[in-house]
Design a protein. Structure first.
Length: 237
């Protein structure tokens, strides 16, 4: 069936995994102490502080220790992701952070958009962080957010390896049957979950990604560049 919606993962799909692990995560850890010192009692920061469990939000020290532990372990807790997005915004706004997208991404997104396809994003990072990422890329023009029509994260959709999350996402756009969606992700479990509820889904294998488990290429479609996808999102043979 023809694809009408392309649903994009971010890390390892449109940008190198190293950007998140080696740039964004360390930036949030570096930025947090100053933010805690200057913003702790500010109303703007209260929503982020109060989202932490009570035992960690009572003092700057306990919140910082807990945040560092969860970031180091890459725990996908929504309150951590939201605070990371807040911290990253400071870096994007200052120009210290710029999201490096693979060279094939921006041209293909423009092409898909121009051809009437809907482009949406589904990432474990918060929606706010997703919008920052696509607003401040190293593409030309830098801001890719006008191409994207909806945003999903683990708060408004659910965990990316659960089939119910893809039911929630497609349920938000009932005008498009599940079979008209194509989900692109580097995570095999996410691809399997999407396929299980009727979406089309391909594994994206980028430089720097872990090797795919044995048998994945035999049972799933694998692409190494968006340039291998036609403007109707079919794989070029």
């Amino acid at each position: 069936m023809a694809v009408k919606v392309v649903l994009l993962d971010i890390e390892g799909t449109v940008c190198p995994i190293s950007f998140v692990k080696d740039v964004l995560y360390p930036f949030s850890l570096k930025a947090l102490p100053e933010v805690l010192e200057s913003q702790w009692d500010k109303p703007e920061f209260a929503q982020y502080r109060e989202a932490f469990p009570a035992e960690y939000s009572s003092s700057k020290e306990t919140l910082e220790v807990h945040f560092r532990e969860l970031v180091t372990k890459d725990v996908k807790a929504s309150y951590v992701k939201n605070l990371q997005g807040y911290l990253w915004q400071r870096g994007y706004d200052s120009g210290e952070l710029k999201a490096p997208v693979f060279a094939d991404v921006a041209p293909k997104l423009h092409s898909w958009h121009d051809n009437g396809l809907k482009i949406m994003v589904y990432s474990s990072g918060s929606v706010a962080a997703q919008k920052l990422f696509f607003r401040c890329t190293d593409a030309e023009p830098s801001d890719l957010t006008p191409l994207i029509s909806d945003w999903f994260d683990t708060v408004n959709a659910g965990l990316k390896t659960e089939t119910s999350s893809y039911e929630t996402i497609t349920g938000n756009h009932p005008e498009f049957p599940a079979a008209e969606w194509l989900f692109l992700s580097d995570n095999v479990r996410e691809v399997d979950a999407a396929i299980a509820v009727g979406l089309q889904s391909y594994v994206v294998q980028r430089p720097g990604n872990a090797e795919l488990p044995a048998g994945v290429r035999e049972r799933l479609q694998v692409v190494e560049s968006f340039d291998l996808l036609d403007d109707d999102l079919r794989i070029q043979k």
